[in-house]
Design a protein around this ligand. Structure first.
Ligand code: CMC
Length: 359
């Protein structure tokens, strides 16, 4: 038995490999370096899903099919509906995603791929008292998401930066949300149920909920000279430093550097980046001093926070954008699990009291 299933192998996959010692990520035979910054959301989705869903449109036709899926979802779910303004963005996106009927076909898959792109900007705008903006099916999913959020067409650099983020987080071995999605898919409940399980697991701060708190940390620290005392105090309270540590990586998470490069390309606020770098260096030094036996390095969430902030997403919606990227992985893993045909059903060891023996 292993607490947290650490080091337990629970699936064979052709989708991705996380090498925690070398700090290397491979997705469908390509390294993260080959993918991030060179591949768009649609191309990545085609790469990961085409082998499992032959009727899915190819990389050239997928943008059009996905654009049509955004329009139909907007008309069926967003337009004229009362969006759940009393919920936070992740819960609201999850609630709206639950309106998509279950199925294992290409149509259901396209709707689920489009769902966070349509629902995230809509719930954010409604929370601010603004009207949602209808999708433009002629745009890529990344560009359209930014347009539906801010109201204007994004620059090419902004759309490319979001594509880089979405591709960087599309898949990552058997992380908690992907495992949850595979468990649900293995029962044959359907793809919508698998994605809902993925969103639910993703939202926790030990997984995809970390980047919002990274922004809170940077705001509270304010200036590089405050970093060390603030971080020391947080650790004295028993807090974890968000954006650091990983179950698999024993070196720096390669996705952190892919995202830092995207922030630089975007030409985002250099003062903010300098503050983040100072906080990162201070955090790494303190974690080395306090946890000498455990290598705690920067993970993907630290620079996710900066990149999504620079693109205009509010911190409370960062997990929704993570879900937009990771839905591709959840759906591919769900299909892989379904193709394997085996129900995931491990065992537990009972350690509770036993009934009284008859005298
Ligand atoms: N700050 C302070 N201490 C930490 C941190 C951290 N960020 N991460 C781990 N530790 C300590 C932990 O307290 C424990 O110490 P001790 O042995 O003295 O009790 C030791 O390191 C090992 O921790 P663990 O909980 O056994 O490690 P894990 O593999 O279960 O945790 C983690 C991985 C990501 C949950 C954890 O590092 C963490 O909580 N990080 C902060 C939250 C965060 O950044 N989450 C995003 C994860 S990356 C996105 C993704 O792929 O999901």
């Amino acid at each position: 038995m292993s607490d947290g299933l650490e080091n337990v192998v629970a699936a064979h996959t052709v989708l991705s490999e996380v090498d925690g010692q070398a700090g290397r990520l491979i997705v469908c035979g390509r390294s993260l370096d080959e993918l991030a910054g060179h591949t768009g959301f649609e191309e990545m989705a085609a790469l990961m899903l085409a082998g499992f869903v032959p009727e899915l449109p190819g990389p050239k036709e997928l943008p059009t099919a996905l654009g049509a899926a955004r329009v139909s979802l907007y008309e069926a779910v967003v337009s004229g509906a009362r969006l759940p303004a009393e919920l936070g963005p992740v819960e609201a996106v999850r609630a709206l995603t639950a309106l998509i009927p279950d199925g294992e076909d290409a149509g259901t898959l396209l709707k689920l791929l489009a769902a966070p792109a349509v629902f995230t900007p809509a719930v954010l705008r409604v929370a601010k008292g603004l009207s949602p903006i209808a999708p433009d099916p002629s745009l890529t999913q990344a560009a359209d998401t930014l347009r539906m959020l801010g109201g204007n067409a994004p620059t090419q650099e902004q759309a490319r930066a979001l594509d880089t983020y979405l591709v960087t987080v599309a898949d990552h071995g058997l992380n908690a949300s992907t495992f949850a999605a595979r468990v649900v898919a293995s029962t044959r409940a359907g793809l919508a149920s698998a994605v809902l399980a993925g969103i639910s697991a993703l939202k926790g701060p030990l997984h995809g909920g970390a980047p919002g708190p990274v922004i809170e940390m940077l705001d509270a620290i304010g200036a590089p000279e405050n970093a060390r005392p603030w971080l020391e105090e947080a650790l004295d309270r028993g807090d974890r430093l968000m954006g650091f540590g990983h179950r698999i990586y024993r070196v720096r998470d390669p996705r952190a550097d892919a995202l830092k490069a995207a922030i630089r390309k975007l030409g985002a606020d250099t003062g903010r980046l300098a503050l983040a770098e100072a906080v990162e260096q201070a955090a790494l030094a303190i974690l080395r001093e306090r946890k000498p036996g455990r290598t705690l390095e920067t993970n993907v969430e630290f620079y996710t926070a900066l990149l999504l902030e620079a693109l205009g997403f509010p911190p409370e919606a960062f997990t929704c954008v993570f879900a937009l990227g990771r839905t591709t992985g959840w759906l591919a893993h769900a299909h892989e699990q379904i193709a394997g045909g085996k129900l995931i059903r491990p065992q537990s060891v009972y350690v509770g009291p036993r009934p009284q023996q008859a005298a």
